[in-house]
Design a protein around this ligand. Structure first.
Ligand code: COA
Length: 333
């Protein structure tokens, strides 16, 4: 098995890499959605201010049988390298997965990072017996924490959203809820970034330690460019405190097919919790989504299994559990 760094400008190699990744990741996982090739190409070709990506291909002879996408953080949390790996079903149990991961461990150490993190995905019925556990044992991965994917089928009854907003509003007098179509007004940018940066440490964590994120206006511009240039759209909802600071944020990203929607982060700052702001901003963004993209059919969200506060908001809005997303890791230094 030969593992090579992908040249993302080589269209043939890129499409072989993508096909192996797609085939391996979707096999027996009807709940999964894989981004289109151009979204991966964009990430691989354009290093961002706070992260870059590398693709690797496992070749069996001249055949691409497995693929890996590394995400390398360069500012905050740069002690972690995320390695998404997948081997096409017809080529499993021949060492491709092991070879890819060994490359990931080596690259993690080479970059001076400490942890290689590897996401997985299986159904609830298989969670204790899935072969990923055997693979993880074989390649020296430990389970960090389980996250749960939930899905909300659209449209949501507009009366439910209106009612929830009305009920929530009684608990947060003095605060204002706003929605923005991919632009953060200048006067709110600093407090939006401050709030966003807490997400990495305020959500429940497993064994791998995290530090506060370091989003700056440049990181936000990069993220916005990625979303736009890949044909996606980001809808932001915020809670603004009486002293005109953003204290709660939530983002929905409409994928380029205009049918599937991803929930990105949601956070309310600690000192402003308990006012139903989380529910209010989420419901407001869902109302906005219905207006901007009435053809959207589903929203996916992933949260730590133990994040009771976020899960209760999601379930109230109609999200239902679909699958388990274990996060595995290996400490390489
Ligand atoms: C997990 C995955 C990457 C493994 O790829 P692979 O090329 O088949 O793995 P390897 O051949 O290197 O397997 C190494 C060892 O892991 C264990 N293992 C792998 N698959 C297994 C299975 N289906 N049942 C039992 N043990 C298994 C075995 O000990 C195996 O060694 P052996 O074949 O000599 O017994 C592949 O199944 C896949 O693409 N799954 C979907 C994507 C995914 O979940 N990725 C994240 C995994 S943490």
């Amino acid at each position: 098995m030969d593992v090579r760094l992908l040249d993302a400008d080589d269209e043939v190699a890129l499409s072989q890499w993508y096909e192996a990744l797609r085939a391996g990741w979707l096999y027996q996982r009807p709940w999964e959605i894989v981004s289109p090739i151009d979204a991966f190409a964009h990430l691989l070709r354009n290093p961002m201010v706070d992260q870059f990506h590398e693709g690797y291909v496992a070749y069996d002879g001249s055949r691409a049988v497995g693929a890996m996408m590394l995400t390398v953080a360069t500012q905050s949390n740069s002690d972690k390298v995320n390695a998404e790996i997948a081997v096409a079903p017809a080529h499993r149990r021949r060492g491709a997965g092991t070879a890819l991961l060994e490359r990931a461990y080596r690259r993690t150490a080479e970059l001076g990072a400490i942890y290689t993190q590897v996401p997985g995905s299986y159904s609830f019925a298989d969670r204790d017996s899935h072969f990923t556990h055997a693979f993880a044992r074989a390649v020296g991965l430990r389970l960090d924490l389980d996250e749960i994917q939930r899905r909300c089928e659209l449209p949501i009854d507009p009366r439910l959203l209106a009612e929830l907003r009305e009920q929530a509003a009684r608990h947060h007098q003095g605060y204002r809820i706003e929605v923005w179509d991919g632009e953060i007004p200048e006067m709110f940018l600093d407090s939006w970034l401050e709030t966003q940066n807490l997400l990495a440490i305020d959500a429940p964590l497993g064994e791998v330690p995290y530090e506060k994120d370091s989003w700056t206006p440049e990181v936000w511009r990069d993220t916005r460019a990625y979303v736009r240039e890949t044909g996606q759209q980001i809808l932001l909802a915020v809670a603004i405190s009486p002293d005109q600071e953003v204290v709660g944020v939530t983002d929905l990203v409409i994928r380029s097919n205009r049918t599937d929607v991803e929930q990105w982060g949601t956070i309310v700052r600690g000192e402003h919790r308990g006012h139903r702001l989380g529910l209010a901003i989420k419901a407001a963004n869902l109302q906005y989504l219905a207006e901007v993209c009435p053809g959207a059919r589903r929203i996916d969200t992933i949260n730590a299994e133990v994040n009771d506060a976020m899960i209760s908001v999601n379930e109230t809005l109609g999200f239902r559990a679909l699958a388990v997303h274990p996060m595995w890791y290996r400490k390489v230094a």
